[in-house]
Design a binder for this molecule. Structure first.
Ligand SMILES: NC(=O)c1ccc[n+]([C@@H]2O[C@H](COP(=O)([O-])OP(=O)(O)OC[C@H]3O[C@@H](n4cnc5c(N)ncnc54)[C@H](O)[C@@H]3O)[C@@H](O)[C@H]2O)c1
Length: 292
């Protein structure tokens, strides 16, 4: 989508961090912005500032784990701003901080903590697509674009200190994005990008601790220094805008991870050997978009 001027973007989690950086970049390019966020006060403050850039902006209450909330937010956004052309499904959490460093191990994570993260980071994207794809498909004359926020943690595990459930949720998001790339080949007016950032300087650690299941928790030690070392959300927002304008499937604002990703993928390729049953080898189902 070359020109986003005058078009409307809906951003889940647009009240803070990466979503807010994307909101600013699109607004500077002349797009109207609907922010959907569970933190409505922060969303309204952000929308007020976006209006100062000369575009229309509004904040809507959104709980991304609730399908009805998504459908209500989509309806309300379009009733006020007209048809949404870009959906950025972005809201996410980093994981409920473990009580001690030892409690980060998978066998110690409670089902409540696991489900809380999966519902936000995975179900949130599913409901986003369910709310907006029928609208996009009903308007084949209007180009549309979907951005799913995954993470570099969905392409390679990082350090063992990145919470396991978080890594799983981001691999799931990558899986959803790869599947949607095939499904949307049948709806060529709808583009799709998956955003995989490395560290970005946001409040994700603090927001995750504040909203953890069972009540607020202490922030993980070292979180603030790690977050401060990340890239600026506005720089990432500008990179996302460029990626959408160029129609990129992968939006990768952190090229410093290239070698790490290459090594992980090389490890998979190297693991292929002889056939388990020669002569019974499957026909490989290459997707349509892949030129053989
Ligand atoms: N910050 C990073 O280093 C980093 C790196 C890679 C990927 N990401 C991903 O980027 C996305 C945004 O994270 P961020 O770093 O900007 O965090 P953030 O905490 O600054 O912003 C997240 C926003 O999402 C909202 N939100 C959270 N749960 C919600 C829910 N259930 N319903 C509605 N809104 C909800 C929050 O209120 C907040 O406004 C996440 O998906 C995260 O996993 C972040």
């Amino acid at each position: 989508m070359r020109d986003v001027g005058g078009k409307t973007i809906f951003i889940s989690g647009g009240a803070s961090g990466i979503g807010l950086g994307v909101a600013r970049a699109f607004a500077r390019a002349g797009a109207h912005v609907a922010i959907g966020d569970r933190d409505l006060a922060a969303g309204e403050e952000a929308a007020g500032r976006l209006q100062g850039l000369g575009v229309k902006a509004l904040a809507l209450p959104l709980e991304v784990t609730d399908r009805a909330s998504w459908i209500a937010a989509a309806e309300a956004a379009e009733a006020t701003l007209g048809p949404v052309c870009v959906l950025h499904s972005n809201a996410g959490v980093g994981g409920a901080p473990p009580a001690t460093p030892d409690d980060r191990y998978i066998e110690k994570i409670t089902p409540a903590d696991w489900e809380w993260l999966m519902k936000i980071n995975v179900d949130g994207h599913f409901f986003a697509l369910q709310a907006f794809l029928p609208r996009f498909k009903a308007r084949p004359e209007l180009p549309a674009h979907v951005i799913l926020t995954a993470s570099m943690a969905g392409l390679t595990p990082q350090s063992e200190y990145v919470p396991g459930p978080y890594v799983v949720s981001k691999y799931a998001t990558l899986g959803l994005a790869e599947h949607m790339r095939m499904e949307l080949a049948h709806a060529p007016h709808i583009g799709l990008s998956v955003l995989c950032p490395g560290i970005v300087s946001t409040n994700i650690g603090r927001n995750s601790a504040k909203n953890a299941p069972g009540g607020p928790r202490a922030v993980t030690q070292g979180n603030d220094a790690l977050m401060a070392s990340g890239k600026d959300p506005d720089a990432v927002g500008a990179w996302v805008l460029k990626g959408v304008q160029e129609g990129r499937h992968y939006i990768l604002p952190h090229p410093e991870y290239r070698d790490l990703v290459q090594r992980y993928h090389a490890d998979i390729i190297d693991a292929f050997g002889e056939s388990a049953q020669p002569g019974r080898d499957d026909q490989v189902p290459y997707p349509d978009w892949m030129v053989r």
